[in-house]
Design a protein. Structure first.
Ligand code: PMP
Length: 330
């Protein structure tokens, strides 16, 4: 018999898939690492497992404890599923720009959710950082993983994502591209790949236009899960060789193309990473092997990126898809 002892044991080991259509005109091999195939549906399952393992080992999380975390949703799902299997309660604090679909997923796993306004600065008492600090102080036995500062986040990628890419490309990978949120993915994976290749692998960060990583101040953008208005400790600025800023419009247009042309129903930060990757791949040769990490799936964005009226309300190009029988036959 071949089975996993629990769903937590199938985190990681995601496949690399070649892009064949959106890469027209590019000589390099462009592969994507499909993180929505993790059990919680995103790359964040990796850090959740590592962070909870470490907290248990360090005695920060004890039986009956509560996990409190500000999260855009995906980290919450990862933490919720690992916590549930280990018997912990979860309370998540989310900014109000996060879609209702993502909130429903968290509550489906049995987590509690508190929604806070996006429009206030991080130091404001109602910001999602402040509210999570308050809850952590007030709930007995609470542990705040703090994914922005927790070095077990990048470490999980150093131990899993990086080695998987190295092994699956037989050490031929030349470029690694990832969006930057907490910075954990790019810092941990990038560091491993640089060490394994003795500095040969070039690491490219993708950032929403306006965020600090590409020189902005944190001006609001609509792509979720990436970009910041402060510098998190999980991010190691020495790892990326280059940061490419990408607009919401370009990110969402590519997200729609990935679904329609590559059969990859992914989120907006995946579209953003692919846009940055393809810009960086433009001048590469046939021996180059680029790996772009796609953090999550598109189901949490059906009411947004894949919804015509939402896209039009922000001035993004239409994704018209629903048709009447008459239109199809005409
Ligand atoms: N995309 C999405 C959808 C995410 O939820 C995250 C995590 N915040 C990222 C990208 C960025 O990953 P990291 O935090 O490791 O930089």
């Amino acid at each position: 018999m071949r089975y996993a002892d629990s769903i937590v044991d199938v985190v990681g080991g995601t496949p690399l898939v070649k892009l064949n259509h959106v890469t027209e005109g590019i000589a390099a091999t462009v592969l994507v690492k499909v993180e929505y195939l993790n059990p919680g549906g995103s790359v964040k399952d990796r850090i959740a497992r590592k962070i909870i393992d470490a907290a248990e080992e360090e005695g920060l999380l004890r039986p009956g404890g509560t996990i409190v975390e500000p999260t855009s949703g995906n980290t919450g799902v990862g933490l919720a599923l690992v916590a549930q299997q280990r018997g912990y309660r979860c309370v998540f604090v989310l900014p109000d720009k996060v879609g209702q679909d993502k909130i429903n997923v968290l509550t489906a796993y049995g987590a509690e959710v508190v929604v806070t306004p996006t429009s206030v600065p991080p130091e404001h008492p109602d910001s999602y950082y402040s509210v999570s600090d308050r809850l952590t102080a007030e709930i007995d036995g609470a542990y705040k993983p703090n994914q922005y500062q927790n070095l077990n986040g990048p470490l999980s990628h150093y131990e899993s994502t990086g080695p998987e890419i190295w092994k699956d490309t037989d050490g031929t990978v030349t470029h690694f591209v990832a969006g930057v949120g907490t910075g954990g993915t790019i810092s941990g994976t990038g560091r491993f790949l640089k060490e394994a290749s003795e500095g040969r692998v070039r690491v490219v960060g993708a950032d929403p236009e306006g965020s600090v990583y590409s020189g902005g101040t944190g001006r609001p953008y609509l792509v979720e899960g990436v970009g910041e208005d402060f510098w998190p400790g999980a991010y190691d600025p020495a790892i990326p060789d280059e940061i490419i800023p990408v607009s919401d419009a370009d990110s969402f247009a590519m997200t729609v193309r990935l679904a329609r042309e590559e059969g990859l129903l992914v989120g907006g930060s995946s579209g953003m990473a692919v846009v940055a990757g393809l810009r960086a791949a433009k001048d590469l040769g046939p021996d180059d092997v680029m790996v772009i990490l796609l953090p999550d799936g598109g189901r949490g964005y059906l009411g947004k990126i894949f919804n015509d009226s939402w896209m039009r309300s922000y001035g993004f190009s239409e994704v018209a898809q629903e048709k009447t029988v008459r239109e199809v036959l005409s």
